[in-house]
Write a protein that binds this ligand. Structure first.
Ligand code: SF4
Length: 493
């Protein structure tokens, strides 16, 4: 079981398919609307919310500014606490480390706490290829895994599924993965949760190795922190003998004091709760309590690339709350799969290009354009990531990455033609005359109803239809400003 985003089409193509799925749009509108409303209510209760946001942003910025030192401090503290620390440059290295730990303990299966970092590196697929089954224990992740599906939301990966679909998945697939769902299972949420609980419990009790991520890593004490709602994380972090935690290097905060604002910002922004039900912290090995072998894999996988980007490095402040997804009008309509990544929505539209590099492929290059730049994401972001600013900068980087292409894009050709006309007064005058003629011609066409009931410039043929099918294209003015100035003496005659 397991799927992958590899080979996903560019955003416009993927979005077209998603937009045609009315069930998906209904599920998304209902789910994002509910979370939005909950978040707004609990955020409004905090009088100093804006100050808290500023503090959260400052904490993460300070940590990123001296990331090397904090990571070395974290490593030393973890080692002093009995943990084994590994460094992974990329996904392949991280997956190989986790597989080798599992093999060292003859484990044919591992249980997993919900973790974006392990999804990012494709850990489940890599372990499966190595003969190790990785079982997701978060309810929404379990639904995605059993449905052989892809996650579509950072916090609620099965947000695109409704209750009836989940019941059908449980009935059809649970037996293949362990304890089957009861034959009389209904789509009542309590019944679905009970079926998942029974199914997962035997896995928790059987597994020797658990894999987690971490929401934060406190450098001063070598403490990892997982924030969750269901208690499955607490089970994974305490019951198995061995724990492997894959942690993105940007998760480090220098001190416990720095952790305080983050733990206030995260639950209100993510699940719309004042406080999350479970906050687990562990600092290496505690004799006689919990896993007696702890490995921590510190993962780069493009993060240092993002850190080197002066505008984009603010994306590394992200605490994966998903508030930006829930307010994004684009995300609400197309869902998460269209972004072709485990990081969908506004944060995915910047994080993927920043970590992989603009120009790396067509799918990545399409993401900075998957936004209306309305700014709603910035307004809700608890760590004040100015996503629109980064999107605009990345668009410029995408254009720059393609300047040397042998076959230039239509935009590049249009810009070259514009530059050619604008850099010479005579060429500009000639262009204005042609444009005026075109304006007169289109004005007369606009008065005529055209085939298909369309009118005027919306009918433009060929490559122009991609633009005019969704937008108005005003006809060029019949007379340019310079011609008007010459004719009227600047409005004096
Ligand atoms: S960018 Fe901000 S709002 Fe979006 S997931 Fe990250 S922290 Fe949350």
């Amino acid at each position: 079981m397991g799927s992958t985003f590899v080979g996903m089409p560019a955003f416009p193509e993927a979005a077209r398919g998603a937009l045609a799925d009315s069930q998906l749009r209904r599920n998304m509108a209902h789910a994002t609307g509910t979370i939005r409303e909950k978040r707004a209510r609990v955020v409004a209760e905090v009088p100093g919310w804006e100050e808290l946001r500023l503090t959260g942003a400052a904490v993460k910025d300070a940590a990123l500014l001296d990331l090397g030192r904090h990571l070395v401090d974290l490593e030393s503290a973890l080692r002093a606490n009995g943990a084994v620390v590994h460094w992974a440059r990329d996904a392949a290295e991280a997956c190989a480390i986790v597989a080798s730990v599992a093999h060292d303990h003859d484990a044919e299966e591992v249980v997993k706490v919900k973790s974006m970092a392990t999804q990012e590196i494709g850990l489940n697929e890599a372990l499966a290829a190595d003969g190790i089954a990785a079982w997701e224990t978060d309810l929404a992740e379990l639904i995605v895994q059993l449905g052989d599906d892809l996650p579509s939301h950072i916090l609620v990966p099965a947000i695109h599924r409704n209750r009836a679909e989940i019941r059908e998945i449980f009935l059809r697939r649970m037996a293949e993965a362990g304890r089957p769902a009861p034959a009389d299972l209904t789509d009542d949420p309590a019944a679905l949760a009970e079926a998942a609980r029974e199914h997962l419990r035997e896995k928790f009790l059987r597994a020797k190795v658990a894999v987690s991520g971490a929401n934060f890593a406190v450098a001063e004490t070598g403490t990892l922190v997982v924030v969750e709602s269901e208690g499955n994380g607490r089970m994974c972090l305490t019951l198995p003998e061995v724990l492997v935690s894959v942690v993105g290097i940007e998760k480090v905060v220098p001190t416990w004091q720095d952790l305080a604002p983050m733990l206030q910002l995260l639950p209100r922004s993510s699940t719309g709760e004042r406080m999350n039900p479970y906050t687990s912290t562990w600092s290496g090995v505690t004799p006689g309590d919990g896993p007696q072998e702890v490995h921590v894999v510190l993962l780069d996988n493009g993060r240092t690339r993002a850190l080197a980007d002066e505008v984009g490095r603010q994306a590394l402040r992200c605490i994966r709350c998903s508030a930006c997804l829930n307010v994004c009008p684009v995300y609400e309509r197309v869902g998460g799969h269209a972004y072709g990544s485990v990081y969908p929505g506004p944060i995915g539209a910047i994080l993927n290009p920043l970590m992989r590099g603009p120009g790396s492929n067509e799918q990545v290059d399409s993401l900075p354009y998957a936004s209306s730049l309305c700014g709603a994401c910035f307004e809700v972001c608890p760590v004040r990531i100015d996503i629109p600013e980064v999107l605009v900068d990345l668009r410029a980087q995408v254009v720059d990455a393609h300047r040397g292409d042998r076959v230039p894009k239509p935009e590049a050709l249009a810009m070259r033609a514009t530059a050619y006309a604008f850099t010479d007064a005579r060429r500009l005058s000639a262009g204005e005359r042609i444009s005026g003629l075109a304006g007169r011609l289109l004005d007369s066409v606009s008065r005529t109803t055209l085939p298909g009931g369309r009118r005027g410039s919306s009918w433009l043929p060929g490559p122009f239809t991609a633009w005019t099918s969704a937008r108005d294209l005003p006809n060029p003015p019949r007379e340019s400003f310079r011609a008007w100035w010459r004719r009227t003496g600047g409005g004096r005659r």
